[in-house]
Ligand binder design. Structure first.
Ligand code: ATP
Ligand code: MG
Length: 442
């Protein structure tokens, strides 16, 4: 019997299934990737989007890494602008203000030191802090200069496969945050990575690999040498990540909180476990809001972190910490924007008025109509949930809200009107403790 033609046909190359379902990829990011490739450049999805898609999560944004220089990217797209000096990259614009960020493959400017350390040589003493980040490189070098293995994966959309130079797939499986390369060097060259590791561990529910955790504990103190704006941004990202309760507990356990927000760390050390549980419980209620997608601005997030310090329970064992000097210090030393500090101050001080502990001057209805009222009430509700305090007042204010005619937004804030601004006061002096009470706004 003649052989079946099928039996002798050469085997078809095995096409493995896409590692990421194509329908999960962003159509505009795909356009950018294809256009770069048609123009002869390498181009991959990279970073957080690959990590999140492989975990079955929705990415916040889709970033692209390419062999094209920033100028070549600009020449390839009409809808493109170059940004950044320390780290020059391209923004490609689409309808609806959508931006796809395209960065050129870079290498770590202190690559030789990293190689020496990886070969087992002793680490050099002295400064490893990276000041400049514009040395272009290959795709592999670009993967290796990234912070954690799970953030160092590329996705090739034409092959529908990941490119893994750093062991990121294995660490995603093992649910582990691990630096790429020597953890001590990687933390020394950019101590902000200490905060980033905490955020990813909290948000993804991953463990931090022991050597990485050890380097974090040792080098957290170097955070003071980083640009305050970067430290502040990563701190706010801890609050915004939807898992801030776990993030701040981790930061406390690792000794990072004392360096980041000393008064919070000291309060937690001074108070009893019940009060500490309320502090983290309040963050957990804010996390729920964030995860549900309820708009929650930075002032409210910071207020959930600080409220119990300003207003501890009677059983807490720790004295109350005045909120205004604390916020002023954050404005001065951490460059917290005044706008956020003022919002937090109003929300925290409003609680005493809402609880009826402060005599209210002016019309309470005016307060109910003010644009701060919804967040102040939300904070009252969150605090009531974790402490059982203020439930009656909460019902009363909710009732009042239903009877007070809300101001038309246009009437509350006429076009061009300055938003309500309360200048941050000088530190309160002992003889004028009430000088900046919130009640003058009621
Ligand atoms: P998120 O989903 O929270 O935005 P992300 O991983 O996208 O997380 P980004 O801060 O947006 O984080 O940074 C994008 C990518 O750039 C990271 O995934 C990482 O590969 C790289 N990266 C960012 N900051 C650093 C850093 N300080 N050191 C090294 N690589 C970094
Ligand atoms: Mg990102």
């Amino acid at each position: 019997m003649p052989d079946s033609p099928l039996a002798t046909a050469p085997a078809e190359p095995q096409q493995s299934p896409p590692e990421i379902p194509p329908e999960k990829l962003d159509p505009e990011a795909l356009k950018v990737l294809r256009h770069l490739r048609r123009n002869g450049h390498q181009a991959y999805l990279v970073g957080g989007c690959v990590r999140d898609l492989l975990l079955g999560r929705s990415p916040k944004d889709f970033d692209i890494a390419t062999s094209a220089s920033p100028e070549e990217v600009q020449d390839t797209f009409t809808n493109c602008r170059l940004i950044g000096r320390r780290f020059r990259l391209a923004h490609v614009y689409f309808k609806g203000r959508k931006i796809i960020e395209v960065s050129t493959f870079r290498k770590n400017p202190i690559d030789e030191i990293v190689a020496t350390a990886d070969a087992g040589e002793p680490l050099p003493e002295g400064d490893l802090l990276i000041a400049e980040d514009n040395v272009f490189g290959t795709d592999e070098e670009d993967a290796r200069r990234r912070d954690f293995t799970v953030n160092g994966l590329f996705y090739d959309v034409s092959l529908e496969q990941t490119i893994d130079y750093v062991g990121g797939r294995a660490d995603l499986e093992a649910r582990t945050i691990r630096t790429i390369g020597n953890p001590e060097i990687r933390m020394r060259e950019d101590p902000v990575r200490v905060l980033r590791a905490i955020r990813f561990a909290a948000r993804l529910g991953f463990e931090i690999e022991p050597a990485t955790a050890e380097a974090m504990r040792i080098h957290a103190k170097d955070l003071s040498r980083c640009a305050p704006a970067r430290v502040l941004e990563e701190t706010l990202r801890l609050l915004r990540c939807g898992h801030s309760s776990r993030a701040f507990q981790l930061a406390r356990e690792m000794g990072v909180l004392a360096l980041l927000l000393r008064p919070v760390a000291e309060f937690l050390d001074a108070c009893g476990p019940e009060e500490a549980a309320r502090v983290f419980g309040l963050l957990a209620t804010a996390d729920r809001r964030v995860r549900e997608g309820t708009p929650t601005d930075d002032s409210l997030l910071l207020a959930t972190l600080l409220l119990r310090l300003a207003q501890p329970g009677k059983d807490s064992g720790a004295p109350a910490i005045p909120i205004e000097p604390l916020l002023q210090d954050l404005v001065r030393s951490s460059r917290l924007p005044k706008r956020i500090a003022e919002g937090t101050r109003l929300l925290v001080l409003a609680q005493r008025a809402l609880l009826g502990e402060r005599r209210k001057r002016g019309s309470p209805n005016r307060f109910v109509r003010s644009r701060h009222f919804p967040d102040a009430l939300a904070l009252l509700a969150m605090n009531a949930e974790v402490s059982g305090e203020g439930n009656e007042q909460l019902d009363r204010w909710r009732q009042r809200r239903t009877t007070v005619e809300p101001l038309h937004p246009a009437a509350a804030e006429p076009p061009g009107a300055e938003p309500l601004r309360v200048p941050l006061p000088e530190p309160l002096s002992a003889d004028r403790p009430e000088a900046f009470a919130f009640s003058h706004l009621l």
